[in-house]
Structures are given as C-alpha cells and as structure tokens.
Design a protein around this ligand. Structure first.
Ligand code: SF4
Ligand code: SF4
Length: 249
C-alpha cells in the first residue's frame, strides 16, 4: 500500500491539464500557411495525394498527408505546428494564402445548439476502421490513455454501436468494409453523428485511386465533422470533438 502511494506521488499527475491549449512540438506538421508571390513550380507533381494545387495556390487538408514534401521544396509553404485542424465543412479544409490560422479557428467548426445540448456532457463513439493502415486507429487509442485522458470530458469509445451516439470512421472505406460500415451506422440509435478521421476517411488519401474502395456511404449519409491528419494526432482529435460539442460562449 505504502509502495503504491509512493509510486503515485512520484509519478504525479500525468494527464495534460489544459488540453485546449496544450503545447505542440515544433517539428509537428500541421496547419499550412501559404505565401503568395513565390515561385512554386518546383512543387510540380510533388504531392502524393493531389492535395496541393499550384494555380491558384491552395492545400486541401482533407487530402493532405502532411508529408512535408512541398514544404521542403518550396518557401511558399510552411506547415506550422497548429494542430487544431477540424472543420464541419469539407470546403473549409481548403487553405489558401488568404486563410490565417486565427480565422480558421474562429470559423472552421460550426457549433450547433442542439448538438451541444444533446452531446455536450457525454458522447459515446463507435470507431470503425474501414481499411486504414492502423495509424489513425493507434492515435485514437492513445486519446484514452493517462496522458490525453479523453474520458474526463465524457468522451469515450464504446464496444457496441447500440451504445454509441455516433461513429468515427478511419480508412478509405475498402470494398470489404463498406457493408459492415453501413450496418454499424444503422445500428446506432438516432440522432447520431458521423465523424471522418484522417485523410483516408475524408478523401481516400493515398488510396483514393484504388479500385478496391467503395465510398458510397459518404454520399448517402450526412457528415458532421472532418478531422484532417495522417495520422490524426490525439490533440487534434480531442480538440475537434470538444470544439463541436461544447459551446464556449
Ligand atoms: S504536405 Fe500535403 S500538400 Fe504538401 S506534398 Fe505532402 S500531402 Fe501534398
Ligand atoms: S489517414 Fe494516414 S494514418 Fe490514417 S489510416 Fe490513412 S494512411 Fe493511415
């Protein structure tokens, strides 16, 4: 008993106290800041997912794997360590030289009163890995560890869709997972949320041209939240959910 207490005192509090303002390491590749007037022709054909458009200059965070190739090649592109990347609008994920991180944070997530009222205190999510590489899935696991401790905000992953308020999709939705995904969605009681997590889920990512994916689900059902990344960092995920279900006003 004494040894346990000693260990607890020695370890201290391991969770990140202020998760909404948690520092991120400098090397993290996050929100892109684009500069006008610099020759970007060196980036021609460099982007593996077609996220980078050179004329006019823009980066689609829904397609971006944050690989850093364009940043290394060209001074017009700076992948900052801004990790709050989520949006309720697919269009807003497209960043142009006019988009500042401050403006993006203010407008990217549209907070709806009914969502805050319904899910603000408790949100249970079922995760569906629909053909991903396991990168996003591992980071989602990390959201519940002692460090990020997502459960303290009432947000948890649950084992059954029948106990869930929504689904979190990772992966590009492979043909083999298309039926299972829809089945899972139908098993979640209404009202329910659909959250796309990672470049694969949002756009197909590096698998977008594969003939073995089937993304019809996304045309059939409304999407509530898009969370970019490859993989999605736990701070990105937790802050995305908090920004959607908590009204800060
Ligand atoms: S960081 Fe994103 S936009 Fe740049 S090359 Fe990689 S995937 Fe393309
Ligand atoms: S977005 Fe990237 S990390 Fe996530 S499943 Fe796809 S390839 Fe893996």
């Amino acid at each position: 008993m004494l040894d346990t207490l000693k260990a607890r005192i020695y370890q201290g509090k391991q969770f990140i106290k202020d998760i909404e303002n948690a520092p991120m390491r400098e090397q993290f590749r996050g929100f892109p800041v684009l500069k006008k007037g610099i020759d970007t022709s060196v980036c021609e054909g460099i982007c593996p997912t077609g996220a980078l458009n050179l004329n006019p200059l823009s980066i689609d965070m829904g397609k971006c794997t944050f690989c850093g190739a364009c940043e290394r090649a060209c001074k017009a592109i700076d992948l900052t360590n801004g990790y709050k990347l989520a949006s309720t609008s697919r269009e807003k994920l497209i960043v142009t030289p006019e988009t500042t991180y401050e403006d993006y944070l203010k407008s990217a997530v549209e907070v709806k009163k009914e969502i805050v009222k319904m899910f603000g205190k408790s949100l249970k999510l079922r995760q569906v890995s629909a053909g991903g590489c396991n990168g996003c899935e591992m980071e989602l696991n990390a959201c519940s560890n002692v460090n990020f401790d997502m459960g303290r905000f009432g947000i948890d992953f649950v084992a059954s869709p029948r106990h869930a308020d929504g689904i979190v999709i990772t992966g590009p939705i492979s043909e083999n997972m298309a039926y299972a995904l829809e089945d899972c969605y139908k098993s979640v009681p209404a009202p329910k949320l659909v959250i796309l997590c990672g470049a694969c889920a949002i756009s197909g990512g590096v698998f977008q041209d594969s003939e073995h994916i089937n993304r019809e689900f996304l045309d059939k059902y409304p999407i509530d939240l898009y969370i970019p990344g490859c993989p999605v960092h736990p701070l990105t995920f937790i802050n995305a959910i908090l920004s959607y279900i908590k009204d800060k006003k």
